[in-house]
Design a protein around this ligand. Structure first.
Ligand code: ATP
Length: 837
């Protein structure tokens, strides 16, 4: 490799550079590598680049990457001019060298070079016959050294500077071309895939490369054919746009077939993009930037026109609605007019994107048979409406194709919705204002409660559906059952010997049938039932006593009761025995039936307080019964409240089971058994007394007489006043002991537990009845005639007469003895007895 050092005069450039001559075959590669670096290309040219550029410029065999295919027209011209000038300068310098070296033979220092490289470059091969290449210069040759020294060095330096400047401009121009190419590439991407033109079968890239190859070839031909730079500058434009194939079959009449004078105003792209347009009309790709710019400007204008046209259509549609709404207020409008106006206005569309479901529903509503029969437009017929409406439909239903922009489209939709609501309101007003007219015309319109229904079917005349069929009422006959004269037996008929047909069991007493009604009470040895005589339907008490549990003495005692009852059957204060029968150890007594006994009455008044009159009345009633018994020579021996019953309001005595007839002129009887109720038994009836005369000592007897009955009556009165018997506070055996113990005194409080004052006469009566000594007890008559049972009442006249008589008696008798006073008191007392009310 040969090297040569030159001093550069370019400002900023290194003072000296070592000029190297790279191998010729790598010049193109070096250019390609430098071409990738824009910054290096913008800087001052290097001598190495200069040499490479010369070589590459001559070697047009390979595609020249920096063709003028993508440069602008002005840049292209400048590039071509500058390149032509540079070439002229280079050729001039070479001629100078060659002229100074005309005698240089083939066998000289160039012989080797030419023999190696003559077939590689056409340009170099052309010039090698006329000039000496710099690369073939060998300064070491003595003959050439002398020639070189003889040259004008100043002239050479100026030429080198000129060449450097030219190369600098060339590089700047190439950088500009590169930028333009990038811009065009980005625009191509926006245009989408290029369509295949009729005259262009290759892909755009391939076509572009082929075209670039042609351009490079044309440029090489130009460089080869032209000899003068100025002339080349003048003819460059015309020759350059000469079409390769002038007989192109497809040429647009409006297309600039004569490319020497392109009229951009006459260009019509149609459906072609700029690149397709170039290919179709065989226009060099260098015109692509200009044509692309023209294409985009026209597109922008078309878009503006389309937007303006759609805006006008939307406004016209709105104005049509408003006019229709104002006209619909007129009461003279008929229903047919309203329908026509409604048909001329498209239905409202949703603001947002229409979903498939909503669209389907909407289409169903429109395509309903009812609407079709009434002249409503279906979805397919909407396009048959006015052009303005159709255009607005296009605008509303396909917002993605709208070119207004989102804001403008939203405003348009909002306006339409607002006016739609106003239109609906006007329709409603019209509907209400025309209701009377419609009714007068006999037009029946359905009433919709739902606004959607009203919106869809609001102003249209519909035919009523046939009313639903009234369900048939089933006729049900109420058939009353036949009435028969024969009564339905509630129970099976009675048979002989069967008592099933009887309501309740019956008891026969001496042949008389008694029907058992209810149980009245139960005693120690018997049960008492309420029965009804079946023959006369009278009610009785039936006492049934079984002798199985009793010994013979007890059986004799029940038999004595019957005798006593028979004896007393005429007494009104003794329950009346109706009938009795002894059968198989069972005693039946049919008696007069009482309502309830005295124990039941006392229980009802428990806790109510003292009622002296109640006690006096019931005491008197009780004593009257006892008087009857005592007067009959009978000692009852078992007097208690349960043995007094009220029969029709009259208290009567019952239960003479242990009663004994008292022989006349005797007061007491003696029993060998202790029978009775402890609470009411007199002390003498409880204390066994040894029967001494003629009887075994171990045998005890109890003395029972009429005073025992008075004791019992005293206990009943005591219970009626204080609520319990005298020894009621004792329980069990202690009660008997207390009764028998004379030390246990009976207390008579002046007040009851409720605080009621107990009359003194009542207390005195109780004390007289409950005298331990039976001989000192009052008799029944005394009690009955006692101040409590039978109180004395005096009148005002009685007291006045008493005082008057006493004064007279004292005036006549100065001294009155005590005996005389007692006699007088007894007399008054008897008079009071006669004076009782
Ligand atoms: N004629 C009647 N009317 C209404 N009720 C009666 C009649 N006879 C008895 N009673 C009721 O039957 C109950 C028992 O009767 P009664 O006292 O005669 O039987 P008892 O076996 O003698 O009893 P006890 O021997 O224990 O005194 C009475 O307390 C009374 O309530």
């Amino acid at each position: 490799m040969s090297s040569y050092t030159v001093r550069s005069s370019v400002p900023g450039a290194p003072s000296s550079r070592r000029l190297e001559f790279p191998p010729r075959r790598t010049s193109v590669q070096s250019m390609a590598r430098d071409d990738s670096d824009d910054e290096n290309m913008l800087g001052p040219p290097k001598l190495s680049n200069f040499g490479s550029a010369l070589l590459s410029d001559k070697e047009n065999v390979e595609p020249y990457p920096y063709s003028l295919s993508h440069g602008g027209a002005g840049a292209k011209r400048y590039s071509q001019q500058s390149r032509a000038a540079a070439r002229q300068e280079v050729l001039g310098a070479a001629r100078e060298f060659s002229s100074s070296n005309t005698n240089n033979s083939v066998g000289g220092p160039y012989s080797t070079f030419h023999s190696e490289d003559h077939s590689d470059s056409t340009m170099f091969a052309t010039s090698k016959h006329n000039q000496q290449s710099m690369t073939t210069f060998n300064p070491e040759t003595p003959s050439e050294q002398s020639k070189f020294e003889g040259m004008n060095m100043e002239k050479s330096r100026s030429r080198v500077k000129s060449m450097q400047q030219t190369l600098k401009d060339e590089l700047s121009l190439r950088s500009s071309k590169r930028r333009n190419r990038r811009f065009v590439s980005s625009r191509f991407n926006l245009l989408g895939p290029a369509k295949r033109a009729s005259s262009n079968t290759g892909t755009p890239n391939h076509s572009e490369l082929a075209d670039e190859s042609n351009v490079s070839q044309q440029e090489a031909n130009f460089s080869h054919s032209s000899s003068a730079g100025a002339t080349a500058h003048q003819n460059e434009y015309n020759v350059f746009y000469e079409p390769q194939n002038s007989s192109s079959p497809q040429k647009d009449s409006a297309a600039p077939t004569d490319h020497t004078s392109i009229n951009y105003d006459n260009i019509e792209f149609g459906d072609l993009n700029p690149y397709q347009y170039l290919k179709k009309h065989n226009i060099p790709t260098t015109e692509l930037p200009n044509i692309s710019r023209l294409y985009f400007e026209r597109q922008k204008g078309e878009n503006r026109k389309t937007a303006l046209r759609k805006n006008i259509a939307a406004k016209d549609a709105i104005q049509t609605r408003l006019t229709s709404a104002s006209l619909s207020n007129s009461p003279l409008l008929t229903q047919v007019d309203l329908i026509k106006r409604e048909q001329s206005i498209p239905k409202r569309q949703p603001r947002r994107k229409i979903s498939d479901h909503a669209a389907n529903n909407d289409s169903k509503a429109w395509s309903s048979p009812v609407s079709g029969s009434n002249g409503l437009k279906t979805a397919s017929s909407r396009n048959e409406t006015s052009p303005r409406a159709s255009e607005m439909y296009e605008n509303l239903e396909r917002p993605e194709r709208d070119t207004f922009g989102s804001i403008r489209r939203r405003e348009a939709l909002s306006n339409i919705n607002i006016n739609r609501n106003y239109h609906q309101l006007q329709n409603k007003r019209t509907k209400y204002s025309t209701e009377n007219l419609e009714e007068a015309r006999g037009i029946h319109r359905p009433r919709f409660e739902h606004p959607v229904q009203e919106e869809r079917f609001g102003n249209y005349d519909f035919k009523h559906r046939s009313p639903p069929a009234v369900p048939e009422r089933k006729h049900v006959e109420i058939v009353e059952p036949l009435k028969t004269t024969e009564s339905i037996p509630l129970k099976p008929p009675a048979t002989s010997g069967d008592n099933y047909n009887r309501k309740k069991p019956t008891i026969y007493v001496n042949g008389t049938e008694y029907e058992k009604l209810e149980l009245l009470g139960r005693g120690g040895s018997s049960k008492v039932y309420k029965v009804k005589n079946v023959a006369n339907n009278k009610v009785y008490a039936l006492k049934r006593v079984s002798f199985d549990e009793f010994d013979d003495s007890s059986i004799e005692g029940f038999k004595g009761e019957i005798e006593l009852l028979k004896k007393l059957e005429t007494k009104p204060r003794v329950v009346k025995l109706i009938d009795h029968e002894m059968d198989h150890g069972v005693l039946y007594e049919v008696m007069e039936c009482g309502d309830h006994d005295l124990s039941h009455t006392l229980a009802l008044r428990s806790g109510i307080g003292l009622d002296v009159e109640f006690v006096r009345y019931h005491s008197q009633e009780m004593l009257k019964c006892v008087k009857v018994v005592h007067d009959s020579g009978i000692v009852h021996s078992d007097l208690k409240p349960a043995n007094f019953v009220f029969v029709k309001g009259i208290l009567k005595i019952i239960d003479f089971g242990i009663a004994n007839a008292v022989p006349e002129h005797t007061v007491n009887i003696y029993r060998e058994t202790q029978i009775g109720t402890p609470n009411y038994m007199a002390p003498e009836a409880l204390v066994a007394m040894n029967y001494t005369q003629g009887q075994p000592a171990e045998q005890n007897r109890w003395k029972v007489g009429k005073p025992s009955d008075i004791w019992s009556c005293g206990c009943i009165i005591y219970q009626m006043i204080y609520g319990r018997p005298p020894y009621g506070g004792f329980q069990g055996q202690n009660r008997l002991l207390a009764i028998m113990n004379p030390e246990v005194k009976i207390v008579y409080p002046e007040k009851t537990s409720n605080g009621d004052v107990v009359p003194k006469t009542a207390i005195d009566t109780m004390k007289a009845c409950l005298e331990r000594n039976p001989d000192k007890r009052w008799s029944v008559d005394e009690v009955l005639n006692g101040p409590f049972v039978k109180p004395v009442a005096v009148t005002h006249f009685f007291i006045r007469d008493l005082i008057k008589n006493s004064v007279k008696y004292g005036a006549n008798q100065r001294e009155i003895s005590n005996e005389k006073i007692e006699e007088l008191a007894e007399d008054v007392w008897h008079r009071l007895a006669d004076f009782r009310l």
